[in-house]
Design a protein around this ligand. Structure first.
Ligand SMILES: [Zn+2]
Length: 66
């Protein structure tokens, strides 16, 4: 009447959708904050139009010529 030692296999975390590495619990479903950022950036750029080279987000004040 003893149960056979059947242990369910541990759930494997899904790989990071950005780089394919094993995801880290703290950044699920990503492997790192960096990949989380990348995904967020993709999502934003898909939703809004963001110039790709504007990384610091600071625009110089417009020159006024009068
Ligand atoms: Zn990753």
């Amino acid at each position: 009447m003893g149960r056979a030692g059947v242990t369910p296999p541990p759930k494997k975390p899904a790989p990071c959708p950005i780089c394919g590495r094993p995801a880290v619990a703290a950044f699920t479903p990503f492997c790192s904050a960096r990949c989380s950022d990348v995904d967020l950036g993709r999502w934003l750029s898909d939703r809004y139009v963001i110039p790709a080279e504007d990384e610091d987000g600071t625009d110089p004040p417009p020159e006024r010529s009068e």
